[in-house]
Design a binder for this molecule. Structure first.
Ligand SMILES: [Zn+2]
Ligand SMILES: [Zn+2]
Length: 317
């Protein structure tokens, strides 16, 4: 494209850009993407365990994320030191973690269907693109510009389009998948063997995940936690107060891990709620984000269900 055609095209683009930036002051119509530097040691650790389709961080830029925005993650490839794109998390929800949570104040929940993990072993070098995005990165080594609170940065909608274009043909890791946590948790609660279930998972991360789950989760302790919750709430669902213990004399509510065990969640009371089987199913089916800011589960259709009773979860800051 050259001559008048190129001029017209550039005019259209600049007009569209002006329209979108003027709209930003009144209401958000366009994406507000983020760029995150995934330190190679953290990347390696997360990958060993299996990707969780979420990001916990303290960077203030996290607080601007809204559903539909993209968070682009890049890392440094160990084999040749190149910077490469590692993931695009499409934001489903932004929630607050409990105060002093060790991985940061904010949590982005990625859309399980639209988020992508790229194959960093074969992906092309992304440093020239990132340096051209207009992101402040003065350090000669790119990663050094993204330390601490600067790990997550806002980028422009145009930069987002460039990255989308850049990743059009980048191979995706097919092994990034979510473990069937609901069945795992249920069997943990009901004391059934979970090994059969685990071997159904396919992919290279399976062995690592099975090892992780068995090494990091003390089943006896996990059941003790669930027992404590039953005692604390008289066996009632913390959301709807359904009381099977009062009605039938049986404890049938479940201990749910807010951040799934199979996605790196802690086996701690602070990460658990007691819910009825119906609420538990709905939460897992929806992968409903939980916010420690107002103690609510936020479902994809917009329904927000707050805990009716809470005696054990710490609040956000
Ligand atoms: Zn319930
Ligand atoms: Zn659960």
């Amino acid at each position: 494209m050259d001559g008048p055609a190129a001029y017209l095209w550039a005019l259209c683009v600049s007009l569209l850009f002006r329209l979108s930036t003027s709209a930003r002051t009144t209401f958000r119509t366009e994406v507000m993407p983020l760029l995150y530097y995934w330190r190679p040691d953290n990347y390696a650790r997360d990958r060993r365990f299996g990707f969780g389709f979420h990001l916990n961080q303290n960077s203030p830029a996290m607080s601007t994320a809204e559903p539909g925005d993209s968070l682009w993650a890049f890392t440094q490839r160990r084999s040749d030191g190149s910077y490469v794109l590692a993931a695009e998390l499409v934001v489903r929800a932004l929630t607050q973690n409990p105060a002093n949570y060790r991985y940061g104040q904010w949590r982005i929940w990625g859309d399980l269907h639209r988020s992508r993990y790229f194959d960093v072993d074969v992906g092309p070098r992304v440093e020239p693109i990132i340096r051209a995005l207009g992101v402040r990165a003065r350090a000669s080594r790119l990663g050094q510009s993204f330390q601490g609170h600067a790990a997550v940065r806002p980028i422009s909608p145009e930069a987002h389009l460039m990255l989308s274009e850049f990743t059009r043909d980048v191979p995706i890791l097919q092994t990034a998948a979510i473990y069937p946590e609901d069945e795992f948790e249920a069997r943990l609660v009901h004391e059934e063997p979970v090994r059969n279930l685990m071997v159904q998972e396919t992919g290279v991360t399976r062995d690592a995940r099975v090892r992780y789950l068995f090494e990091s989760i003390d089943v006896r302790r996990a059941r003790k936690n669930i027992q404590s919750l039953h005692e604390l709430y008289g066996g009632r669902c913390q959301i709807c107060l359904y009381d099977p213990q009062g009605l039938y004399g049986h404890r049938i509510c479940h201990g749910h891990h807010i951040q799934w065990l199979s996605r790196g969640g802690d086996d701690e009371l602070e990460n658990m709620v007691l819910v009825c089987p119906n609420h538990h199913s709905a939460i897992h089916k929806d992968d409903a984000p939980f916010d420690y800011g107002d103690f609510s589960f936020r479902f994809t259709n917009g329904l927000c269900e707050r805990l009716a009773v809470n005696h054990h979860l710490p609040s956000a800051n």
